[in-house]
Design a protein around this ligand. Structure first.
Ligand code: FES
Ligand SMILES: [Fe+2]
Length: 441
């Protein structure tokens, strides 16, 4: 049943009894043993978004993806048959990394007809088949057909490329479920002006999702993003989302639009007035189909509120998709590199600008969002250092923090299911903290 309206006198969280309402244990964000379990149980078994089809628009376009959490590097490439495939980025001869540029640890992209290994020049075609072996006659009973690149499951949803290292995982569409189905038809393919940035953040990956899955912090942490009067007003009101929805492992929060465009131009800073952009991105809708309020797919602004401004979808484990009322979207990815570190990636997608003002509006939005993320990231590093002390392990979450409760429970559920399958002791009851036994991951 959709939960688009908060019941009178009730709470969002109470509609999902399995979440509980007790304080939440954050051992999952500090314990190295938990992190090791999570790598196997979550990242090696779920669908991970690695980018968009526009990155491999033509035959031979490829890019690599470094996945420290899985201890591997992948190469994603478009074949001559138009299919997008993913392979482990490893040469079958003696294991050299097949595709890299100047630095083997850095991601790269490009176009080629075949991949040639830098070490002894073995070659693979775009379907991953081994096509050439240097001094082939010197090898012993080597059948090239046995030495193709190791492939990885790769499926596409609405132009988003996903990979999965688990041969037994359900198909991508089943995994993405109802929330994703409700987004289908959004004109993603029109939004091809892309701004991207990435940073290594000194916090567990889930803490950054926590920061984007609630806006309860926004009037406080980001108050300097607004004019002084506006910030004070927002603080006084506090934050209340329009609606929340949880479907399986995934969840979304829908909220009001604030200043996009502002009701009163005095609410915003002069540069925003000039460029028609700022705190909530560009104000003006591009002229394309599919982004007007009544054209949006059903999962976006599910309550159909006139005051709607943005929706944030959290696809488990590490893919956030945010839609903005003026017709643009952004993605966040959080790639763990250790229990208390991850690489954060933000990518903003706009319909290509048709004039200078539009272009500058996009640029201002990109810069503003980077500033936001810095503010969040600083706080996360401060949080990580203190939860690491284990002086306090359980934290009370409010009703506006329902998605955090859901995220941490979902991660625990995956870890526990994995441990059960492998005959390992269950480390955690997945409901409220008060029901939990000793942590034993
Ligand atoms: S390791 Fe690749 S050709 Fe030898
Ligand atoms: Fe924030």
């Amino acid at each position: 049943m959709p939960h688009f309206v908060k019941p009178a006198g009730g709470s969002w969280t109470a509609q999902y009894p399995e979440l509980g309402t007790g304080p939440v244990d954050y051992t999952d964000s500090i314990d190295p043993a938990y992190y090791e379990a999570e790598r196997e149980a979550v990242f090696r078994r779920t669908w991970l978004n690695v980018g968009r089809v526009e990155r491999v628009a033509r035959t031979g376009n490829y890019f690599t993806k470094e996945l420290a959490v899985l201890g591997t590097s992948l190469v994603i490439v478009k074949g001559t048959d138009g299919q997008i495939r993913a392979f482990h980025n490893v040469c079958r001869h003696r294991g050299n990394k097949l595709v890299w540029n100047d630095f083997p640890g850095e991601e790269t992209s490009g176009t080629c007809r075949q991949f040639t290994c830098k070490y002894h020049a073995w070659r693979y075609n775009l379907s991953g088949e081994l096509t050439f072996v240097q001094q082939e006659q010197e090898f012993f009973d080597l059948d090239k057909a046995d030495y193709g690149l190791k492939s990885v499951r790769c499926e596409v949803w609405e132009g988003f490329i996903f990979v999965n290292l688990d041969p037994d995982a359900p198909p991508l569409l089943d995994y993405m479920g109802e929330l994703a189905e409700g987004l289908e038809g959004y004109p993603f393919h029109e939004m091809t002006e892309v701004y991207t940035y990435r940073a290594e953040v000194g916090s567990n990956w889930k803490l950054f999702i926590d920061a984007f899955a609630e806006f309860y912090h926004a009037p406080v942490l980001h108050q300097k993003q607004a004019t002084k009067e506006e910030a004070e007003k927002l603080l006084g009101i506090g934050f209340e989302a329009l609606s929340y929805d949880l479907k399986g492992d995934h969840a979304m929060i829908s909220t009001w639009g604030g200043m996009s465009p502002p009701k009163d131009l005095n609410m915003v800073k002069p540069i925003e007035r000039v460029l028609h952009s700022g705190l909530f991105g560009p104000w003006d809708r591009p002229k394309i189909k599919g982004i007007l309020p009544d054209e949006l797919p059903p999962a976006i602004n599910p309550g159909r509120y006139a005051t709607w401004g943005t929706d944030s979808f959290e696809f488990f484990p590490n893919f956030t998709l945010l839609f903005w009322a003026p017709g643009w979207y952004l993605t966040y990815h959080y790639w763990p590199t250790d229990v208390d570190k991850h690489i954060f990636e933000c990518t903003l997608y706009f319909v290509p600008a048709t004039n200078t003002r539009e272009r500058l509006a996009h640029e201002l939005a990109a810069v503003t969002f980077k500033e936001y993320a810095f503010q969040d990231a600083n706080t996360l590093e401060a949080t990580q250092t203190m939860i690491n002390t284990r002086v306090v392990k359980e934290f009370p979450l409010c009703d506006q923090e329902i998605l955090l409760r859901h995220l941490h429970k979902t991660a625990w559920d995956h870890v526990n299911a994995y441990k059960k399958e492998h005959g390992l002791a269950n480390g955690h009851a997945t409901s409220t903290a008060s029901e939990k036994g000793a942590i034993n991951v």
